[in-house]
Design a protein around this ligand. Structure first.
Ligand SMILES: Nc1nc2c(ncn2[C@@H]2O[C@H](COP(=O)(O)OP(=O)(O)OP(=O)(O)O)[C@@H](O)[C@H]2O)c(=O)[nH]1
Length: 305
């Protein structure tokens, strides 16, 4: 790719309440599935970096998990990682849900973070495919422009792709001039083990969200190539639950639920990695895994101090 002389590169932190559509936005911009999208709030617990490249710019997205209230170590870790994303960023993008409008939590985000960090901030009003332009959107734009000195306010639909090109152009305007910061083929800094664990966790979460909304963690213990067949990956992974009765739920009657999780994860992994996959899944009980620092670190929550 022929590079523009005034090439720009830098970090953009995506912030906003759970469920406003940050993961959908990132996935649509990067056209590859890096973070979990699900209708349940607070599923993105990891800081995920996606890298957008074109001839003018390299934009590195920091996807921050919702800033939540909570006392366990996992929640604190999540908040720390969200804050460090914002501190690292050249530009902050705040996302709100156009249907729900501006909320009290958004006021807190402005007060507690944006005003203190004082970085160029862009506001995206998402899900505009679901709102009436005149009756809802125009008054909302008027309202939010009083809330903070946003550099720009852009109505988008992350789902439909509406106005995302305009958003990219605006980011380029505020990014510093710099050579690329990452090699171009690097679309995520997540190690493969971690990436696979997230896909398995997503499948388990989607099947079990009613019974076990937040208490499953997944660790990929090993990934080996087939001895004779290099096109085969053998993956061993453990699903951690907090209680014995949760283990029964994950396994299901005659092992049906675990089998289904395995099948869905395997199909997606085969598609994404373009290899044949053997996926061995176990379920282990690990009481209070959310409080277990060592395990959290193994699982990749690196921002624990
Ligand atoms: N109609 C409509 N729905 C959207 C749009 N963007 C996201 N959604 C839906 O909103 C829900 C939440 O989207 P996510 O991308 O998971 O939201 P998030 O902000 O990453 O949420 P957390 O992971 O909880 O922080 C999903 O059901 C999406 O399909 C949009 O532009 N229009």
């Amino acid at each position: 790719m022929e590079k523009n002389e005034n090439f720009k590169a830098g970090f953009v932190a995506l912030v906003g309440k759970p469920n406003v559509g940050k993961s959908t936005l990132l996935n649509n911009i990067l056209k590859t599935k890096l973070s979990i999208v699900s209708p349940k709030p607070q599923t993105t617990r990891l800081r995920i970096v996606g890298v957008y490249n074109d001839k003018d710019a390299q934009i590195i997205f920091l996807d921050t998990p919702g800033i939540q209230k909570g006392k366990d170590i996992l929640t604190k870790t999540v908040v720390d990682s969200a804050v460090s994303s914002m501190e690292e960023a050249d530009i902050i993008t705040m996302v709100i849900d156009g249907v729900k409008g501006w909320t009290k939590e958004d006021d807190q985000l402005v007060e507690n973070y944006l005003e203190k960090l004082n970085k160029p901030t862009i506001l995206l009003i998402n899900k505009v495919d679901k709102v009436k332009p005149k009756d809802v959107l125009l008054p909302l734009i008027e309202e939010v422009s009083q809330k903070y000195e946003f550099k720009e306010i852009i109505p988008i639909s992350a789902l439909k792709g509406t106005n995302l090109d305009r958003y990219i152009e605006v980011l380029k305007k505020y990014l510093p001039e710099s050579p690329p910061l990452f090699p171009e083929d690097q679309i995520t800094d997540l190690p493969l083990k971690f990436y696979i664990a997230e896909i398995i966790r997503e499948k388990a979460f989607n099947l079990l969200k009613k019974e076990l909304p937040y208490s499953i963690a997944v660790e990929v213990e090993s990934i080996k190539e087939g001895e004779k067949n290099k096109n085969l990956l053998i993956i061993d992974a453990v699903l951690y639950v907090e209680r014995e009765n949760h283990k029964k739920i994950v396994i299901g009657k005659n092992g049906q639920t675990l089998k289904k999780i395995g099948k869905l994860a395997r199909e997606e992994l085969e598609f994404l990695l373009k290899k044949k996959i053997y996926l061995n899944l176990w379920v282990k009980v690990k009481p209070e895994w959310k409080e277990d620092l060592t395990l959290l670190k193994t699982l990749g929550y690196q921002y624990i101090s």
